[in-house]
Design a protein around this ligand. Sequence first.
Ligand code: ADP
Ligand code: MG
Length: 248
Amino acid sequence: MTSKILVTENLTVSFDGFKALKNLNFSLEPGELRVVIGPNGAGKTTFLDVITGKVQPTSGRILFKGQNLRRQTEEQISRLGIGRKFQTPRVYLNLTCWQNLELSYHARKSVWGTLFPRPPRDERRHLGHLLEIIGLVPQAQSRAALLSHGEKQRLEIGMLVAQSPNLLLVDEPVAGLTDEETGKVGELLLTLAETHSILVIEHDMEFVRQIARQVTVLHEGTILCEGTIEQVQADPRVIEVYLGQPQE
Ligand code: ADP
Ligand code: MG
């Protein structure tokens, strides 16, 4: 048995012979906040796709809370407690913030939840607390369409948390946000890290500096190095792959 929340062992994903991930050995401690960085095409999105069951491993395996995810569907993996936030917000624009959270809260139909539904009073308290955490109490009754891009990102993170996952996978949460909004999303992830394991993929190095404790650098489908942000930024191999990238 392992005490890690997530482990990948020799994980390989091939697309028609092209290996997007090559023998990847990765692990995450319960309660850890990890940031994965890497140049375009490094395999970051594929890494999230294979954890969530969107693509299947070609070889190797993934263990979540010690359980092999082999042949589990996306739906099953999500019910096991892995929540994924995609890059663009997927909120219901015509519903209020509160209604969006309520929907997500009910979306997780576990057998346990159906047998022992929480009383409505508990639900209101729970969702109210969540609104505070995501900093959207004043917007509770506003339609999501009226939110700024950063507020939508925070709402969607709240919707993810409403489904009570143990592990949150967050793909580039601050792309296109202002500095102020970026700071707020960073604070939110730090708060959530007190109660969840979180894996964040990010490009924005300022943001990585704000939130990161441990950083994993992916390059050509394998781990180039791991360490604190200072350690990885000083690593000549990391400098080389970043400098070797065409400027956008
Ligand atoms: P990143 O998110 O780090 O930019 P990706 O995981 O999206 O990288 O992609 C890694 C590599 O795998 C890229 O070369 C990409 O072209 C390739 N790739 C990703 N998904 C597919 C797919 N469905 N079919 C074929 N090639 C793919
Ligand atoms: Mg990507």
